[in-house]
Ligand binder design. Sequence first.
Ligand code: SF4
Length: 281
Amino acid sequence: MREVHYSQIVEAVREIALRANYELPQDVELAYRRALETEESELGKEVLQQILLNIKASKEEQMAYCQDTGVAVVFVEIGQDVRVVGGALEEAINEGVRRAYAEGYLRASMVYDPVFERKNTKDNAPAVVHYRVVPGEVLRLVFAPKGAGSENTSRLAMLKPADGWEGVKNFVLETVRLAGPNACPPFTVGVGIGGTFEYCALLAKRALLRPVGERSSDPVARRMEEELIEEVNKIGWGPMGFGGTVTAVDVKVELYPCHIASLPVAVNIQCHASRHAEVEL
Ligand code: SF4
């Protein structure tokens, strides 16, 4: 049994939270560079240039890429032969979030209760944590801060099996159409199909962690991704919604078996601040 100390996790989360907020992943930056070559609108090109400048500036100055530093979403992959010592895993994650958001001058955006008082928790905790127990001794943490602009436009539908691919496709396209400029395009669109009500939402969010520009290894999901990215970019929102041919730089589809009578579909819209950073302990 491998032991990982509470303090290692706090430090690791602090570091990836800062890194995620300051530095966009390389695959995302590359996708915007490619988009600059394919975007047909002049205004769209200008926006993409601003986005690329922003990526450079936030990395060099170690400042937040966007003022909305998001909900602290953390994906944990914990090996079944790992034991966390010195404190609770989830408390370590929250402590790492508190330290990063205070030290990095990152905006604290979490409020409680969510309906009446909506009082800021002041430290951006608690995080929203998703766990997966895997074989072995690995402890992998992925920090993916999620801004409200794009999260608010995400949607879920429990379709009928008879709705089929046309139903799924229409739902995805309608979601992108409704999202529009409010969700700060160009998007990466995460699509979860199958599972249950809650699981397809998680699939859609997880899909956003896959490298932009890389197709799914599942041939069915790959076909769907290819068709969807083409259709999404016909919608015409373009960079920041000023019109153009690059509304999304990618669509990621994750599939899972589902009940004979269900067809759950979730669409998680990711704005151009497509942030995530990871560490393995
Ligand atoms: S939608 Fe994204 S880019 Fe727009 S303000 Fe929110 S986090 Fe920033």
